[in-house]
Ligand binder design. Structure first.
Ligand code: NAD
Length: 367
C-alpha cells in the first residue's frame, strides 16, 4: 500500500502499477488533525489493520474495532479517520475523560476471522502502550474482544474490565434518545401507536426494536441478513421491508442501526419520517446533510450523542461495579438530546452543529 502525502506520491508515481491511485494521509479530507495513525500488518495471521488516534486531550483514545471487507485500503482509511474523530466528539459530549480513536481490520468477519488474527490485533494495540483502548464494533463481538485481550491489557468491554457486551447499553441510550425526540417533536411520552422503521437488526438494532415493541410502537424492520429479519418479524410482529428502502417507508421515526452515511442528498428527500434517531455511526454523508434535514423539518438526533451508551458502559464500569451508574448515565443521553434539540431550535441551526459545539466547548476547556 502507498501511504504518503501528495508530494511523495507524485515523486514515487513511477513505482506504482499503471492506473493505481496513491492513498493520501496528511492531506486526506478526513485527516483533520489526527495525532497518530498506525498501519499494522501481521503476515502469519493475515492481519491488516489501521488504528487512528484523533485526540487525547481529555484522556487516552477509546473507540471500537470494526472488521469489514472494505472495497479498498483507501475506503478503510477513510472509515478509520471518520470514526476516530467521531469518538473524540462522542466521548467529550458524553462527559467521559477519554479521547477519540478507532481501529479497522480489513477482513471479512464471516470468512477471515481467526483467533490468530484477533491476537495479532491485540499485539498491535498493546504496542501503543495505552494511548488507544479498543472495544467491539461491527464485525467484532464481545467474545472476540476476550481473544484480543489475551495480547493486550487495553481491551475494554471484556469480562475483566467491565460489564461485557456494550450493545445493550447502546440500545438503551438509543431508546431513550427516541423518547426524547418524540417528546420534543410530538409532545408526548407515549410511543404507543407510533411507527418506527429499524434498519439493521444486529446487536444494537435488535435490542432497540425489542424496547420499542415493549413500549407499544409498531415496527418495520430490515436487514441484509434474512435470518435477522425473520427473528424480528416473529418476535415483535413487525413488518419487513427491503434494507435499501427502509428510510423511505411511511413511518414516524427512522432508526438507522446498520452502517454510516445513510443520510445523503438522495435519501433525505425520500424520508417520510419526522424523526431520524438511530445507533449507526456517521449517519450524515456530508456536513451539509444536517442542514438539509433541518430544512426538511426532520428532527435528527446526532449519531454520536444518541449512541454513546456503549462507550459509557465501557468507560465507567469497573469489575466491582454494578450497572446502576452506567444505566443512569446512559438514560441521561435523553436529557443531553433535549438540550441539543432546544438549542438547535432557538438558534435555527442543525442539531449536529449544536452537538459539535457542546463537545468542542469541553475540549477547548481541557486543551
Ligand atoms: P452488528 O454488526 O451487530 O449489526 C449490524 C447489522 O446491520 C447486521 O445485522 C447487518 O447484517 C446489518 N446491515 C449491514 N448492512 C446493512 C444494510 N445496508 N442494510 C440493512 N442492514 C444492514 O452491529 P451493531 O453493534 O448492532 O452496530 C450497529 C451500528 O451501531 C453500527 O453503525 C455501529 O458502529 C453503531 N454502534 C454500535 C455500538 C455498539 O455498542 N455495538 C455503539 C455505538 C455505535
Amino acid at each position: 500500500m502507498n501511504i504518503s502525502t501528495r508530494h511523495r506520491a507524485r515523486d514515487r508515481a513511477s513505482d506504482m502499477e499503471p492506473g493505481s491511485q496513491p492513498v493520501t494521509l496528511f492531506d486526506h479530507p478526513e485527516f483533520r488533525d489526527h495525532e497518530q495513525v498506525v498501519f499494522g500488518h501481521d503476515a502469519g495471521s493475515g492481519l491488516r489493520t489501521i488504528i487512528a488516534i484523533h485526540d487525547t486531550r481529555l484522556g487516552p483514545a477509546a473507540g471500537g474495532c470494526r472488521m469489514w471487507s472494505y472495497a479498498s485500503d483507501a475506503a478503510a482509511l477513510t472509515d478509520a479517520l471518520r470514526l476516530s474523530r467521531g469518538m473524540t466528539y462522542k466521548n467529550a459530549l458524553a462527559g467521559l475523560d477519554l479521547g477519540g480513536g478507532k481501529a479497522v481490520i480489513i477482513a471479512d468477519a464471516n470468512r477471515d476471522k481467526t483467533p490468530e488474527l484477533l491476537e495479532a490485533f491485540g499485539t498491535q494495540v498493546e504496542r501503543l502502550a495505552g494511548r488507544y483502548r479498543t472495544a467491539e464494533d461491527v464485525g467484532i463481538s464481545s467474545q472476540d474482544m476476550e481473544i484480543v485481550a489475551r495480547r493486550t491489557s487495553h481491551a475494554l468491554g471484556t469480562k475483566q474490565t467491565g460489564l461485557g457486551d456494550p450493545s445493550p447499553y447502546t440500545a438503551l441510550g438509543v431508546f431513550e434518545g427516541i423518547r426524547a425526540a418524540v417528546r420534543h417533536r410530538f409532545e408526548t411520552d407515549d410511543l404507543g401507536g407510533l411507527t418506527v422503521s429499524v434498519q439493521g437488526l444486529g446487536n444494537v438494532g435488535f435490542g432497540v426494536a425489542r424496547m420499542l415493541h415493549a413500549a407499544g410502537a409498531k415496527l418495520i424492520v430490515s436487514d441484509i441478513n434474512a435470518t435477522a429479519v425473520s427473528r424480528a418479524v416473529e418476535a415483535f410482529g413487525a413488518n419487513a421491508t427491503e434494507p435499501d428502502g427502509a428510510h423511505a417507508v411511511k413511518a414516524d421515526i427512522f432508526c438507522p442501526c446498520a452502517l454510516g452515511a445513510g443520510l445523503n442528498k438522495t435519501t433525505i428527500p425520500q424520508l417520510r419520517a419526522q424523526i431520524v434517531a438511530g445507533a449507526a455511526n456517521n449517519q450524515l454523508a456530508t456536513d451539509t446533510d444536517g442542514e438539509a434535514l433541518r430544512r426538511a423539518g426532520i428532527l435528527y438526533a446526532p449519531d454520536y450523542a444518541i449512541n454513546a451508551g456503549g462507550i459509557i458502559s465501557i468507560a465507567l464500569a469497573g469489575p466491582e461495579d454494578g450497572d446502576a451508574l452506567v444505566r443512569e448515565k446512559t438514560i441521561a443521553i435523553g436529557d443531553t438530546l433535549t438540550r441539543i434539540f432546544q438549542r438547535a431550535e432557538e438558534e435555527g441551526r442543525p442539531t449536529q452543529v449544536i452537538a459539535d459545539r457542546l463537545a468542542e466547548e469541553r475540549l477547548s476547556a481541557a486543551g
